[in-house]
Design a protein around this ligand. Structure first.
Ligand SMILES: [Zn+2]
Length: 126
């Protein structure tokens, strides 16, 4: 999956240890098994779905001595966009690539990219 010459360790867990502090980790959000809702923001502490009343977590086996973490029926993996965009703007080179569509004048009368279209220009005005 990684390009040749990469410097990340071969082990998945070792690689994850390097990548996570960069802010590129993913966020896990519990979801209703029937896809009704997410247990997120105001609903973060709910134990049942507000719509279909399906329990959030799988039932635990009784009698175990260790206290196990509750396992949700379903989880959503979310890659937060804002820190990724912020990282792209921290480097001068990549920031330039992020702004080219605004700074490059383009050819008059030619539609080469969506930024040349009326909709994009209208979006830039607002
Ligand atoms: Zn539900």
């Amino acid at each position: 999956m990684l390009p040749k010459g990469h410097k990340l360790p071969d082990s998945f867990y070792a690689s994850k240890k390097v990548v996570t502090p960069l802010g590129l980790g993913l966020q896990k959000i519990d979801a209703c098994e029937n896809d009704c809702m997410l247990f997120w923001k105001d609903d973060e502490d709910l134990q049942k779905c507000k719509i279909c009343h399906h329990p959030r977590f799988k039932p635990r086996k009784l009698g175990g001595k260790k206290k196990h973490k509750s396992i949700p029926f379903k989880q959503l993996s979310y890659l937060p966009l804002t820190p990724r965009l912020q990282r792209l703007y921290t480097s001068q080179t990549t920031a330039e690539h992020m702004r080219w569509h605004k700074e490059d004048p383009g050819e008059e009368g030619k539609l080469c990219h969506p930024r040349d279209g009326e909709a994009w220009k209208h979006f830039d005005c607002s």
